[in-house]
Ligand binder design. Sequence first.
Ligand code: GLA
Ligand code: ZN
Length: 685
Amino acid sequence: MTGKHSPISSKLPVLMHGADYNPEQWLHDPKVLEEDIRLMKLAGCNVMAIGIFSWASLEPQEGVFSFEWMDQVLERFAQNGIYAWLATPSGARPAWMSAQYPEVLRVGANRVRNLHGMRHNHCYTSSVYREKTAIINGKLAERYAKHPAVLGWHISNEFGGDCHCGLCQDAFRSWLKKKYGTLEALNAAWWTTFWAHTYTDWSQVESPAPHGENMVHGMNLDWRRFVTDQTVDFCRHEIESVKKANPELPATTNMHMIEGLDYRKFADVLDVISWDAYPTWHQGTNDIKLGASIGFYHDLFRSIRKKPFLLMESTPSLTNWQPVSKLKQPGMHRLSSLQAVAHGSDSVQYFQWRKSRGSSEKFHGAVVDHVGHEHTRVFRDVAELGRSLAAISEVTGTSTPAETAILFDWDNRWAVKNAQGPRNMGIHYEQTVLDHHQAFWEQGVPTDVIGSEDDFGPYKVIIAPMLYMCREETGRKLERFVENGGTLVATYWSGIVDEHDLCHLGGFPGPLRKVLGIWAEEIEGLYEEDRNGLALSPDNALGLTGTFEAHEICELIHVESAEVLGLYTDSFYAGRPALTVNSLGQGRAYYMAARLKADFLSAFYQRIVEEAGLPRTLNTDLPRGVTATWRTDGETDYVFVMNFSGMEQQIPLDGREYTDLESGEPAGDSLSLPVHGIAVLKREV
Ligand code: GLA
Ligand code: ZN
C-alpha cells in the first residue's frame, strides 16, 4: 500500500512523543506528580506508557485493589491533553502471589524453580498466573477502557524466555501430539533412531536441557516454536481480558531485538507493533554500520504488519546496562529518533520519563534527571525533538513503499545456528543478513524484511541470505516469483533442511535447485585468517569487473541451467563457479557461493537496483554513511535524509522540487547536513 493508514489512535492522530511513566514511585511526594505534568508539556510530550510494573501498587494484597492513584494520574492527563498507553502489569508480579502460588514462578532449563524476584519470569502456562492476570486486567479495563485519556493497551512488557516446569512439559507434549498425531510421526520428524533416541511413550519427551537432551535438532526447533505459541497465547489471553470492556482500544506489546520469539506470530493478535531500540551509538569514528542495522530492525518491525509501528522505548541519553554507556552526542538524539519515523514509526517514546531514585535502573537515562528540573542538555534535546515531531506530524499514517524484501525467518535463524555444520565458531547469520540489507540502505532503497509465509507479490527483488531451512512450498513460491519476473538473490548454505530440520535428499539446494540452476556438492568453513576470492568473468552479464575477497564459508557448486558470472581464485577449487545467475521465466536468480564482503555487496547490489529498476529515494549517489528513505500518502512523499557518516556532508538533490518540512523553506539544489544531521523534505509524488 502506498497511501495513508488510519492513525493508530483517533484520539491522538499525530506523531506520539512520550515515555514510560512510573508515578507509583513518587506517590509519597505529590508535588513531583504535579511538576511532571508541567514538564511533560514543556517537553512536547503527548503520550505516556503507564502502569507497566504497577501490579503491587494496584493490588497490594490478593483481591484488594487500589486504583485511586491511577485515577488521579489519568485525570490529570485528561485535563492536560496527555494520553496514556495503559499497561497490563503482568511484566512483574507482586510478592504475595509467588508466596501463595509457587507455580507462577518460572523453572529454568536446569529444572530449578526461580525464587521470587526480578521480572519477566513467570510461567505462561500456569492457570493461576493466567487467572490472576485476567482479574487485574479486567479490573483495569472496567475502570479505564473508556477513559478519555486512555488510547490503547500496552500488554505486559517485553515478553520473552521459557519455562520448563511440569505444567509447561505437559503443554509441550500436548502441542506435539496435536502437531504430529502419533509418536511414530514425531520419531520420524526428529530422526530419533540416531543415538538410540527413539521415544516409546509420550511421557519420555522433555524440553531441551543442558544436562539432558539438547542435540535433537528437530526438538530444539519445536521447543522454540512451542514457546512462541505459548507466549502468543498468553498475550492473546491478556488482550481478551481487556478488550471486553471496549473492543475499540488498540493493543500492542513492546518487542525488542531478541531471537527467542518469532514475533511474526504476534501479528494477528496485536493491533499495533511496537519495539524498544537501544543502539550503542558512537563506537569508533562513525555510526554507519549501527545506523544501517537499526534501520534493518525498524524495517523488520514495520514489515510485521506493513503499517506504521511505534518506537515504544529508546533512551533519551544513555542506558545503564550496556557494557559501556556513552552519551548521545549533540544531534544524535534527533537523528536516532527521526530515523525511527523515517522507517515508519508514528512515535518516539522513551524509557523513561523520570529517573528512579533507587534500585537497578536509577542511572538509566530519562527525560527528567535526578536534579528534577528542565535545565539539562537531555531535556532540551527532548523538547527540541518534541517541536520537530509536531512540525512534521503530517507524516502520521503514511506508508513505506518498499519493492525489495529481505527474507528473514525466525525458524531458519534458530536452525542455521543450531546446525553443527561447517563453521561452528561463527556462521554469522544475522550479520550476513545485515550486510546484504546495508547495501540497499547505502543506496537509499527502502526494504521490507519478510518471512517465507508472507506474500512475495509486492516485490521486484527478494534477497534470501543463507536460507538454510527452506520448505518445499517456499521453494515453489520463489520459483513462481522468479518466473513472474522477480529477481532472487540467494547464497551458500541454502535449501539444506526442511521444516523438521531434516536434510533435503537428492542434492542441495533442495527446493531451490531449479530456480537457482545449480547443485551444491560440498561446503567448507574457513579459519579467520583464510581467504579465497571471487574473480568476475570477463564480459559477465552484470558488467562487474575485478576480484573480491571471500571469507568464512565457501561452497563448491556445479552449474546446471545457471550461467557463471565469477570463479573462485584459490584453493583446490580455484576456477570453479562462485557467482552464478539463472534465468527462469521472466526473472533471474543469482547465487553467491561464498561469503563476500561489503565492497562486493555494494557493487553487486548497485547493479541489481539498476537492472530491476528499483527507485532510489533520491536519484543521486549518496555520500558514504548518508542514507535516505521515504514515506508517502500517495500524493506527497516525505523524504528523510540521514547522516551517519560522522562528518559534515553536502548532498546533491536530484533536480526535483523539495521543501524542508520543518522550516517550510525550499530546499534548493543540495542539502548540507551537519554531523548526525537529518532533514525531512517534502516533494510531490
Ligand atoms: C527494557 C525494559 C524497560 C527498561 C529498559 C532499560 O527495554 O522494557 O523496562 O528496563 O529496558 O533500557
Ligand atoms: Zn511453566
